[in-house]
Design a protein around this ligand. Structure first.
Ligand SMILES: C[S@@+](CC[C@H](N)C(=O)[O-])C[C@H]1O[C@@H](n2cnc3c(N)ncnc32)[C@H](O)[C@@H]1O
Length: 245
């Protein structure tokens, strides 16, 4: 039961109440907050490309990559339909090699938590860093251990009227900081199952990885604010600046 496989064609329906517009606005606010005026953007773990579409619409030149072929398939299908010039690639962040650099990169929706092996995450951050120009920003969000302790992944929508019904049951191990989520979806008579696994990488772990990848300047924010994170932050945003050389 792979993650982001069977569910890919239904991902956008499931995410229909997710405020991507606000997330894009917040990311642009962080760009401005840190004096960045990027033209070219890399969407890291872009999924079905919803955010990439919005940045494209706002006038940026966007490319995106994701590990999941079905998710990239959806992103490409949408771009073709709307005639958007977004370059999508199937790639593992830890092995990323697109052969070009961008003014900035962003990653939405706790995608980096899905890279559960800290060594692979370190590789991923190093590879992403190689794709960002000197002085460029990498803006991304992560779920915290606090979020997992609050059981945020145990949820359901079993209303008959819903286009897709689901029931998720999660189990968090504070020792390994790993959460496993058994997901079951119903679409008409079709039943889909996926297992999602995330790790609550700490701010210290990620900051060390960023420093090793050439990001000496790191700013942290509590979920979609300009406030610093606190012990009840369930999502933390990073704005990391690559060194000038
Ligand atoms: C929660 S989804 C978010 C997708 C998209 N960023 C969004 O906001 O809708 C997480 C995404 O991370 C991708 N992903 C997980 N591990 C990855 C890796 N090692 N390299 C690239 N993408 C990865 C998954 O395939 C999935 O599309």
């Amino acid at each position: 039961m792979a993650s982001f496989g069977p569910i890919a064609p239904h991902y956008d329906v499931l995410m229909s109440s997710v405020p991507y517009e606000m997330w894009v606005g917040y990311t642009r606010l962080l760009f401005a907050q840190h004096g960045a005026e990027p033209d070219t953007l890399l969407d890291v773990c872009c999924g079905t490309g919803t955010a990439a579409d919005m940045f494209d619409e706002a006038g940026y030149e966007v490319a995106g990559f994701d590990l999941s072929e079905p998710m990239i398939g959806e992103a490409r299908r949408k771009a073709k339909k709307t005639k958007r010039q977004i370059d999508y690639t199937v790639a593992d962040a830890a092995e990323l090699d697109l052969g070009r650099q961008f003014d900035a990169a962003y990653s939405f929706f706790d995608s980096l938590n899905y890279i559960t092996d800290p060594k692979r995450l370190e590789m991923a951050i190093r590879q992403i860093g190689k794709h960002i120009k000197p002085d460029g920003l990498f803006v991304f969000d992560i779920n915290t251990a606090y979020a997992f302790e609050q059981d945020m992944f145990t949820q359901e929508d079993l209303r008959q009227a819903s286009k897709i019904r689901y029931k998720w049951v999660s189990e968090y191990d504070p020792e390994t900081k790993i959460i496993r989520v058994q997901m079951k979806f119903w679409k008409g008579r079709e039943v889909l199952e996926e297992v999602h696994v995330q790790r609550a990488h700490t701010v210290e772990e990620i900051s060390t990885m960023l420093a090793l990848a050439g990001f000496p300047e790191i700013h942290l924010y509590d979920s979609y604010t300009l406030d610093p994170p606190n012990r009840r932050s369930d999502r933390i945003h990073f704005a990391a600046r690559k060194s000038q050389s």
